[in-house]
Design a protein. Sequence first.
Length: 799
Amino acid sequence: MAAAASVTGLVTWARSLVRSRCLGRRLSLSGPRPEAATNPVNRSLNDHGNGLRRGARGGGGGSLVAGRGSGAAAAAVAVAPAPALSAMQRGSPERELAVAEAAAEAEEEQLSVDAGAAGEPERPAREEQPKAALPVTARPRAAEEGDVRVARRLPPALPLAPPRPVARALCQLAKGRSRGRGRYRRGSGSLWPVTVDSSKARTSLDALKISLRQLRWKEFPFGRRLPCDIYWHGVSFRDSDILSGQVNKFPGMTEMVRKITLSRALRIMQNLFPDEYNFYPRSWILPEEFQLFVTEVRMVKDGDPTWKPTFIVKPDSGCQGDGIYLIKDPNDIRMTGTLQNRPAVVQEYICKPLLIDNLKFDIRLYVLLKSLEPLEIYIAKDGLSRFCTEPYHEPNPQNLHHIFMHLTNYSLNIHSGKFVHSDSASTGSKRTFSSILCRLSSKGIDIKKVWSDIISLVIKTVIALTPELKVFYQSDIPTGRPGPTCFQILGFDILLMKNLKPMLLEVNANPSMRIEHEYELSPGVFENIPSLVDEEVKVAVIRDTLRLMNPLKKKEMHFPDICMDRKHRIPAVSDRMSSSKLKGSSLFVARSQHSGKPFTGKEDLDCDLTGDPDSNPEAHLPSICLKQVFPKYAKQFNYLRLVDRMANLFIRFLGIKGTMKLGPTGFRTFIRNCKLSSSSLSMAAVDILYIDITRRWNSVALDQRDSGMCLQAFVEAFFFLAQRKFKLLPLLEQVASLIDLCEYHLSLLDEKRLVCGRGRRPQSSPPHETNPTTQSAAGSPAPRIIGAYKLSHSRHALS
Ligand code: ADP
């Protein structure tokens, strides 16, 4: 992958990681890499050890492209228009409520727990998410894969924010506290501690508490009547109505990473960018694509009778291996009863995974989505590797049911009897990923390439998810209404193939943050004991996520000095940026980028935040374990964000805020404003297109709340229009050209409206060049194919 290969700067990171893990052992990068077990025949869709890629793509359908009779298929992605973006960009208004806080301090004290203090309040009993019965495990549990699915609820009612000027509020609060009210703590470096509501933290509570204690922030374990700076939710964005501050969940994330939705989102990217998105196994959605699945498999088998594939069937709403089974033949799918009621994804089984000690394992990586707009992604430098407990053999009819051989889920393998609990990071059935890298590097494997491929996979996956997330965001937190800003830790489950290529298995919106495991004292008698491996990785992820999201740091940027007690203030941003101690932290890298300073590789070093605790409130903490990968590598990946632009158009025509579906009038306006109708595409045909696609999508959509055209349906319609308009071009360029065309006409329209508003004549913008090769299907000259140019340009940049 060109993009992956061009991800520079990872060398340092990967090396430093391994060096620290290997206690100074040098990397040997010269050794041979194991060969891929099979050669991909089809350039665009690689074989994942199964061979299905061989000629499976193409005529068989399965395409998302409208008009190919593929059924409901387009993927799910979208982007916000200017007004929606402003909602995502705005700062949270939590401090506007800060004045009221001073008046209620006495009351708060009764509820609050100082995270820096030694004692902790008794943990309230928490109700764990009910889980479906596991067919193979003795009993359900919250485990590593714990991804809890929660239905969306309606947005909250309009909140009331006191119209006090923020700066005045900050001044008053700062003065009050610095007058000796006991809130300022030397070493915290702050006039007031960051407040965190942990009342909905559920199973992440223990790790959160440790993190808050390390940060010396203030925890509210039972919630708080006044707003907190940060709300830490164990499950979903909609755990309660939050009107300000920051919440650790995005609206819609749980829906977006469900197996079906994720497969759809990635499939559209596979259609547009087959080479770049070959890290996700070919998948079909059941029951709607069952016939397609059968047909495609038969086609490949006809072409190659020696092909003996295996498939894995995964229920859409399942987690922790719940309901998963392997099959050799499409007809083995258990169609009876459950499937109709319980949709699933059937996927190529990766039958040649990388083994360690003859055991299959997967990788859980933690990824922080810090912001949607602008897109900011961080990856934790360490993750977990979960091991199977039975030696691996390629699937055959005799071992298909051996779950301890084929499924790496912790929640399953812990019941095998061969599960090894270990307090060492490099042994046992759950280890740190860095210990695996260390082991691989000692065998001469190029681990910097592995890391760069993983980073590439993560960025591309997030790019596939973000457009639809933006549709959710503008719906849940419309522009102009108070609401929280969001961030989220995602759990990426990745399998390394024998040839070291990382493959995405799934994304968890609520990765388990438990730092204890159950130990079976005697049959049926379990005890919770701390898991040092979990604690090492997860506490660092939570703590450093909080450090990156620290609202006081943001405030300082917005309200420098004016309200601060000069003696005790945290150094101004400029001071800190010039501080040699902070140079190189991920935070520093992010800021230098946002401030437009040229990025030099030197800044991208790990740093030890050691030094004077008064000048550096994080002096007692280790260096940040989260590494920024976007926008850091934006140049290499921005060309993939085509569906983002498509979704921008969608959101623009949504009209009424709070909806997620486009009505017929909105779709007509889109066609008209973008000048897409012609003699060959009448408005009557447009209406039929709308009805046809919308009806099909609504019959399979998970969200049945609103009627109208969902984003996936819009994407399908867009593909259809692009194919009609630019018949002679390849699909990618068809779509890119149509996006360019739409954006061009809309910008003209905006300009016209702006000028009319000012009562002046529009300034004539230079006409677009007409490219003779891009004559539209309708015969009218199309604007220059900007998209095609941009794409070829970005490809050159990559190579
Ligand atoms: P769940 O959410 O139920 O854990 P996953 O998609 O993570 O579902 O699958 C469970 C396990 O099955 C994975 O941890 C992995 O070991 C195995 N697995 C899933 N998909 C594949 C695949 N395509 N090829 C090989 N193994 C897979």
